[in-house]
Design a binder for this molecule. Sequence first.
Ligand SMILES: NC(=O)C1=CN([C@@H]2O[C@H](COP(=O)(O)OP(=O)(O)OC[C@H]3O[C@@H](n4cnc5c(N)ncnc54)[C@H](OP(=O)(O)O)[C@@H]3O)[C@@H](O)[C@H]2O)[C@@H](O)CC1
Ligand SMILES: Nc1ncnc2c1ncn2[C@@H]1O[C@H](COP(=O)(O)OP(=O)(O)O)[C@@H](O)[C@H]1O
Ligand SMILES: [K+]
Length: 511
Amino acid sequence: MADDLAPAASLQAWWGMHQEIDTLIITPRDMGRIDAAAAASGLASYGLMERAGQAVAAAALRRFPGAHRFVVLCGPGNNGGDGYVAARALEAAGAEVAVHALGDPSALRGDAAIALRHFGGAPRALAEYGPRPGDVVVDALFGAGLSRDLPDEAVQVVEAVRRHALPVLAVDLPSGIDGRTGEVRGAAFEAVATVTFMCRKPGHLLLPGRTLSGDVEVFDIGIPGRILAVHAGHVRVNTPYVWRLAEPQQTGATHKYVRGHLAVFSGPATATGAARLSAAAGLRAGAGLVTVLSPTDALFANAARLTGVMLKDVDGEADLAALLEDERLKTFVLGPGFGDAGRARAYAGLIAAKGRRLVLDADGISAFRDTPDALFGLFAGGDTRLVLTPHDGEFARLFPDLAGDGTLSKIDRAQKAAARSHAAVILKGADTVIAAPDGRALVNENAPPWLATAGSGDVLAGIVGAHLTQGMPAFEAAASAVWRHGEAGSIAGKGLTAEDLPEAIPPWPAA
Ligand SMILES: NC(=O)C1=CN([C@@H]2O[C@H](COP(=O)(O)OP(=O)(O)OC[C@H]3O[C@@H](n4cnc5c(N)ncnc54)[C@H](OP(=O)(O)O)[C@@H]3O)[C@@H](O)[C@H]2O)[C@@H](O)CC1
Ligand SMILES: Nc1ncnc2c1ncn2[C@@H]1O[C@H](COP(=O)(O)OP(=O)(O)O)[C@@H](O)[C@H]1O
Ligand SMILES: [K+]
């Protein structure tokens, strides 16, 4: 996907400020380009392999001091080459080492053939490997070059290693994980740890690859940062480094209207809690004022439970149209607990027509399941004013073709959805991806699993709304909201309920 986008000069400049190597996520294809560029610049490619293999051996010795035997499984490409270097280094350190190769080692080419020659031993066939207690498996079968499902021979070894519960140290990626998508191709090792080189790949961050990679160590094998930067696409890890320059500034002249007014639509009398969760989160996340806009039948239910948040009777399009005359009301959250699909569509239309910003979540998203293009048309043109916050199910309602396309990674899906909808898209999950219409995308990694609790998404929508109403650009507002939501989950801790989250939203990290 990244390649289909011709980055505008401004976008290149934007990423130019965000080239911290720690935040780069590089696809296997771009990594191939980086290798080629490194070689073209005069860097000896075998030197890169040598450093890679040495780093793997060092990690193996450090992590598994009690290993009886290191079993290095080597594949037919450069991943296997790294394995031969590691095997030689482990032997040199005095460890017991067994090497098994997939395919005919004499067919190895290039750097991998050199690595085998330096190793000097004769690898045994993969099928001859018999797991023993005390074995530590160094998985160098396939890395970035995996291009199809694992061959049967490799699947059998994966299964045998799992049956014997042997620890696995993966080289670059656990074999079987697709580095571009994080998906399992047929079968995959489950690694205790993975040693990768220069930067993480999507497969280390997207599920299930994230889980199967274990601890990921990123080792610098000496490719210059300038070469990485030139060939890095538009994908980064969601860290404050990426959006800190867009954080709202608090100055002495700040007053509550400068900090922005956020409005959250409530559902009917029987479904008001979700909107209050969003509203409470919005206030805590920095909106100067927050108002719950409630249908008449739900006013008492809301009034009984609101303090810092204000309440207003909005029961239909005429009421909303009148309210939109107040220019200070800049941002709306529509969807949590909302229920009424027809009304949700009408409200979104009015908000768009008046040039306001909208966080569309939950029922607000589902309301457009039959007419997604109508939604996307509402917010086309100009600055990005719409943030969509779907989980996978809601995503499939608006973008059924993208959801059903098994060739796309979660990053690809979010990027394509953002471009189509003219929205910043937060595609939620344990590996939430945030994407902008211009192709930028971030993968989030700070959310603890106990954040998966009813109402947690409502809190996120409120935080996004608070950031938007303080004037942050949509993509940065969305990304920083996902990050603060994740931090709140860690601060509130295991066993949290969504009610605990607003209180736990942390201050902005120091810029
Ligand atoms: N800069 C860096 O990061 C550096 C990276 N380095 C290392 O290089 C690794 C990438 O090497 P790589 O490109 O040779 O790919 P790799 O994963 O070894 O596999 C390719 C081979 O497997 C084959 N093949 C693929 N799928 C298959 C299947 N299902 N079943 C059977 N065969 C299959 C494929 O055959 P083909 O598809 O061409 O038929 C080809 O022969 C990278 O992960 C890292 O460890 C370091 O050495 C130095 C610097
Ligand atoms: N396993 C997980 N680990 C971390 N965060 C998760 C996990 N599962 C879900 N989340 C997060 O929890 C939130 C759930 O939101 P959502 O699916 O809308 O639920 P709800 O509608 O109950 O609020 C999202 O922010 C999502 O990214
Ligand atoms: K591997």
